[in-house]
Write a protein that binds this ligand. Structure first.
Ligand code: ADP
Ligand code: ASP
Ligand code: MG
Length: 455
């Protein structure tokens, strides 16, 4: 079996879904388990609905709910114009899902209070809408497709918006559900991003989490390959939306891919690699708009050459500086500091220390108020805002002569606030002012990957 995950742009509209269904059709011999995201921008729309409901803005929520319904009904009609009974079935599903969402949102508006649990219910609706429409479309096209509810398979803890998967429960459930859904069918389909607690309470895996769903399912069924179908020709030397002349990487290691994703490359959810690597399942990143392309293979380290592979960045990070004289000559200080980050579930990217100071970077999307107040009980704490983190990533980059010179030469006039070369020798990261980041990334990319003619 193989897992094929299609992201938002690969299921954005009639044309994209038609292409996606053909890609699945070409792989039926490998027994695909299809995992789909919500249509492009739908999850953002659902976040807006949740936020407007929380402030009891009924007019705005009902307007947005109408947009959601009409986009999906319109899509079902476009896709299944020649298959009226399938179109009818898809529209009935869309209406059922939208009706139930409307009453749920109505209740949130009435209360004027949005719990994380309620937010998870609202934002996971996009994947239910897309998976139902695509399932009907595949059946209409003669690909007999079984439907599976991800909430019965992807079990997490009670962190509703960023559920932590329970791999034992997932392993126990997924193979049976997939093989039952496959009975009499050519393919099966489920939702990415969506998950639930063991008691069945809805949770989600965090933004961009459909890649993670695909990898969790792939590991649970011992898939031969996990394919991530997206809108670029594989993993590139930098984000092509930010940098010109990026190159597609033919293959990278699990470790390189994990570092790239953790340090900002949006092409993969940061946790995607973990389940796959445990079972040594190759991941391919492929372009649904160019299905004949080779894409990027993410493989075991031994298949990968040494060298710089990419420049990643996180545009908006915070540097938390912790000062305390108690740090000098005392053991246990670091433990105390990092326990505070851990109990508040704030994840730290870079760390550097000096005699009486620890500096760490964290993504600005994280809530750090509790961390700051708890640290302030025994240390002086200063937070630097508007900083960016740039990471140069590649296997054994420590062995590359002149890497530091090449990386920092274009930054001669920039302030560099922190530098960290990971112990794994895969990652060299540093912090700069946010306003210089784009230019810095472009210059470093040019220096590391382009010759004088821009190739
Ligand atoms: P999907 O909806 O298919 O999950 P995403 O938008 O989440 O797609 O991820 C694909 C995007 O990731 C690309 O369009 C590209 O802009 C961005 N990206 C960031 N870094 C990289 C990189 N190193 N290689 C390729 N794409 C990257
Ligand atoms: N639809 C979700 C999001 O936009 C999950 C995903 O696309 O991976 O975050
Ligand atoms: Mg994505």
């Amino acid at each position: 079996m193989i897992v094929m995950k299609f992201g938002g742009t690969s299921v954005a509209n009639c044309e994209a879904i038609t292409r996606t269904v053909s890609i699945v059709e070409s792989k039926l011999a490998q027994k695909p388990v299809v995992v789909v995201s919500a249509l492009s921008k739908v999850t953002d729309l659902l976040y807006r609905i949740a936020d407007q409901a929380a402030v009891r803005n009924r007019m705005e929520t009902s307007d947005l709910l109408d947009q959601l319904r009409s986009r999906h009904i319109g899509l079902a009609h476009d896709l299944m114009a020649d298959y009226p009974s399938y179109c009818h079935e898809a529209c009935a599903k869309v209406n059922e899902i939208c009706d139930s969402l409307s009453s749920f949102v109505g209740a949130v508006c009435a209360l004027g209070e949005l719990s994380e649990r309620s937010k998870a219910v609202i934002i996971s609706t996009g994947e239910y809408l897309s998976s139902n429409i695509i399932c009907c479309t595949m059946n209409a096209r003669g690909i007999k497709t079984g439907y599976m509810d991800a909430r019965k398979m992807i079990i997490t803890d009670e962190d509703y918006l960023k559920g932590e998967p329970d791999m034992t429960a997932i392993q126990a459930r997924v193979p049976g559900i997939v093989s039952a859904a496959y009975e009499g069918n050519d393919a099966v389909i489920t939702q990415g991003f969506v998950s639930a607690t063991a008691q069945g309470e809805p949770t989600v895996l965090g933004r961009g989490g459909s890649d993670y769903s695909a990898s969790l399912i792939g590991a649970a069924i011992d898939a031969s390959v996990i394919e991530i179908w997206t809108d670029v020709d594989g993993v590139r030397t930098a984000d092509p939306r930010k940098v010109e002349n990026t190159k597609c990487l033919e293959k990278i290691s699990f470790e390189e891919a994990a570092e790239m994703a953790h340090f900002g490359a949006k092409v993969l959810h940061p946790l995607t690699i973990e389940p796959a690597v445990k079972k040594n399942i190759p991941i391919y990143v492929l372009n649904s708009m160019n299905p004949g392309g080779k894409g990027t293979a993410i493989l075991q380290n031994s298949f990968i050459e040494d060298g710089v592979k990419s420049v990643s960045f996180k545009e908006n990070i915070l540097v938390i500086n912790i000062f305390s004289t108690k740090m000098i000559n005392t053991s246990g200080f670091l433990k105390k500091v990092f326990e505070i980050f851990s109990t508040n579930k704030v994840s730290v990217d870079l760390i550097s220390t000096s005699e009486a100071n620890i500096s760490v970077t964290v993504d600005s999307s994280q809530k750090i108020d509790n961390v700051i107040s708890q640290l302030s009980e025994f240390a002086d704490v200063y937070v630097d805002k508007d900083k960016s983190q740039i990471s140069v990533i590649g296997k054994n980059i420590i062995n590359l002569r002149g890497l530091l010179r090449q990386t920092f030469a274009p930054l001669a006039d920039c302030k560099i606030y922190m530098i960290s070369q990971g112990a794994s020798y895969v990652n060299l990261s540093f912090v700069v002012d946010r306003e210089v980041m784009t230019d810095a990334v472009r210059q470093i990319h040019k220096y590391l990957f382009e010759d004088e003619s821009g190739n």
